[in-house]
Ligand binder design. Structure first.
Ligand SMILES: [Fe+2]
Ligand SMILES: [Fe+2]
Length: 288
């Protein structure tokens, strides 16, 4: 199975011509499915973009939403609209609303939006204030002295949902692929080849999701977990444990791409092919 991984396409910044080129680029990777790790567009446009993409690519689309997907709207209204569209269109699969999805023998896909949840770094001393606070109703309608609590609440809610999903992954699973928008660890929060400092970390790391992933990987040491995320627009790989690797994808506004193809070869099939040393979930970057 081949999954084309896309992150942060920000399609509201993309011209019609570039959109067509991008969809041709996706098709050229010959995917069996697409996986998008958020920042698809903005709240007033995200459903339209998802429908357009589903009509164009003719393969299942798995995705989570990023902070920009809630701009010009509220978090609840956007999620409701996306859930409604996903229930109507078979090709659309909003992972935040779904339990573990079997991809291949012993391999499952889970996802959660996540949020920069002010649990890592130093929120009080940070000079950063994201556009989120002006562009998303939930923050505009909350007094600034409650923003930190709101961020923590959003991270905790995402982590609680992910915990339920991971607990539902069958005991004999060999691999789990997790899609989320916000890097779950400081070590996976890349900017120009370096990991984040205390100013940016509160808004660019979802510590609660990180903790949930770490606990799952400690409990299930026989299961490999591969996490893909975006949000920083800068790429990097972090190995947190022997069975926990996080890939963060790059992005450029106005120029969407394909971050990698994720190849999934079930363990049973690899053994039959005599290639049992290769990972079950393998990322192929630098696509031709
Ligand atoms: Fe983004
Ligand atoms: Fe983002």
């Amino acid at each position: 199975m081949r999954i084309a991984w896309i992150t942060d396409p920000h399609l509201n910044h993309v011209s019609s011509h570039d959109w067509d080129q991008w969809s041709d680029r996706i098709a050229s990777t010959q995917p069996d499915a697409l996986l998008i790790s958020g920042d698809i567009s903005e709240g007033d446009d995200v459903v339209l973009q998802l429908r357009r993409l589903a009509d164009t690519v003719a393969v299942p689309l798995y995705f989570v939403l990023g902070n920009h997907d809630f701009y010009q709207s509220s978090i609840a209204r956007t999620r409701q609209a996306v859930i409604a569209a996903s229930r109507e269109l078979d090709a659309l699969n909003y992972l935040t609303d779904l339990g573990p999805i079997p991809l291949a023998d012993g391999v499952f896909l889970c996802g959660e939006d996540g949020w920069g949840d002010a649990t890592i770094g130093n929120y009080e001393a940070s000079f950063i204030r994201l556009n989120d606070f002006e562009q998303i109703d939930d923050f505009r309608e909350t007094s600034p002295d409650r923003w930190k609590a709101k961020l923590q609440q959003l991270g905790a809610e995402s982590a609680a949902r992910l915990q339920v999903k991971l607990a539902a992954v069958p005991r004999d699973a060999t691999d789990v692929l997790v899609a989320t928008h916000i890097p779950p660890f400081r070590e996976s929060c890349w900017y120009e080849g370096k990991t984040t400092d205390d100013n940016w970390a509160p808004f660019f790391v979802c510590g609660e999701i990180g903790q949930t992933l770490m606990e799952f990987c400690q409990q299930r040491s026989d299961c490999n977990t591969t996490v893909i995320c975006g949000h920083t627009h800068h790429d990097g790989v972090a190995t947190l444990r022997e069975n926990l690797t996080v890939y963060t994808g790059a992005a450029v506004y106005g120029s969407p791409g394909v971050e990698a193809v994720i190849e999934i070869t079930p363990r049973s099939q690899k053994q039959a092919n005599g290639a049992s040393d290769r990972p079950v979930v393998e990322l192929v970057k630098n696509l031709a």
